[in-house]
Design a protein around this ligand. Structure first.
Ligand SMILES: Nc1ncnc2c1ncn2[C@@H]1O[C@H](COP(=O)(O)OP(=O)(O)OP(=O)(O)O)[C@@H](O)[C@H]1O
Ligand SMILES: [Mg+2]
Length: 242
């Protein structure tokens, strides 16, 4: 479905990605993990059009999309939910969700998609008229994911959904991610929280210094101590704390 080949990207003269290859099949959950500064966010930005790749190819269902701006990627169904949620704090939850449907692709589905995300996140329905800035951190994260879903994604890419959330909220967000997957949405999850993400991922890529250091099934990587220590920078003690 999504096919990334030899992708190079960076900021100004500083190259960050050095030839990434990535495949996402329909209905799959793919995790992208790696230590701080490895280039995970940059990879999602390059795919979603927020930054322009300097080289390489991004195909969605066979159509070349590399180098197109974000609004065109959104029309094609490549949707990124950025780290830090980026909601409009002074608008209501419902307005924030409606803004997710600004594209021509999503607009006709708004009523139906709104109903679906309210089914998926009943708390957002309860709080639909509340200002988004007054939601808890976990609720804001759910609102951001819901806004991504309203955009009618072909591939929904989530950057660090569990960052800064309490463990109980992380579990809830991941329950929602499983429910989204069960509805057949294709997902790319960038995460620091390796344990959570590898438990839900069909496949995972470990990014190191802007390259794919290794890839495999979520379970394979989860069980591999060396992988965790060497590539993810997790000591056993740190892991126990996670
Ligand atoms: N806007 C920017 N301008 C210049 N350099 C940047 C910018 N954003 C990121 N970088 C650099 O690109 C590299 C990769 O950053 P990126 O944010 O992609 O890493 P990451 O894997 O998402 O890390 P983290 O786990 O901390 O979120 C880093 O060296 C970072 O300093
Ligand atoms: Mg990042």
């Amino acid at each position: 479905m999504l096919e990334v080949r030899n992708l190079h990207a960076g900021y100004g003269d500083a190259e960050v990605l050095f030839g990434i290859d990535l495949d996402v099949k329909p209905g799959e959950v793919v995790a992208i993990v790696g230590s701080n500064g490895a280039g995970k966010t940059t990879l999602l930005r390059a795919i979603s059009g927020a930054i322009r790749p300097t080289q390489g190819s991004i195909r969605l269902n066979g159509t070349e999309l590399a180098g197109r701006p974000t609004h065109q990627q959104v029309e094609s169904g490549l949707i990124m939910v950025p780290e830090g949620r980026r909601l409009f704090p002074r608008l209501t939850v419902q307005r924030n969700l409606e803004i997710g449907a600004y594209s021509a692709r999503a607009r006709p589905n708004l009523a139906q998609n709104l109903e679906q995300v309210y089914e998926l996140f009943p708390i957002l329905k309860e709080r639909s008229q509340q200002l988004a800035g007054t939601l808890s951190g976990g609720q804001q994260q759910m609102c951001a994911i819901a806004r991504g879903l309203i955009s009618t994604p072909q591939v929904l890419m989530l950057d660090e959904v569990s960052l800064g959330l309490a463990p109980v909220m992380i579990s809830r967000v991941y329950d929602a991610i499983r429910a989204i997957r069960d509805r057949g949405v294709t997902l790319v999850l960038v995460e620091q929280n390796v344990n959570q993400v590898l438990s839900v991922a069909d496949r995972a890529y470990v990014i190191q210094h802007g390259r794919v250091a290794l890839s495999g099934s979520g379970r394979e990587l989860q069980g591999n101590e060396d992988v965790r220590r060497v590539y993810l920078g997790l000591s056993s003690a740190e892991e126990k704390r996670q």
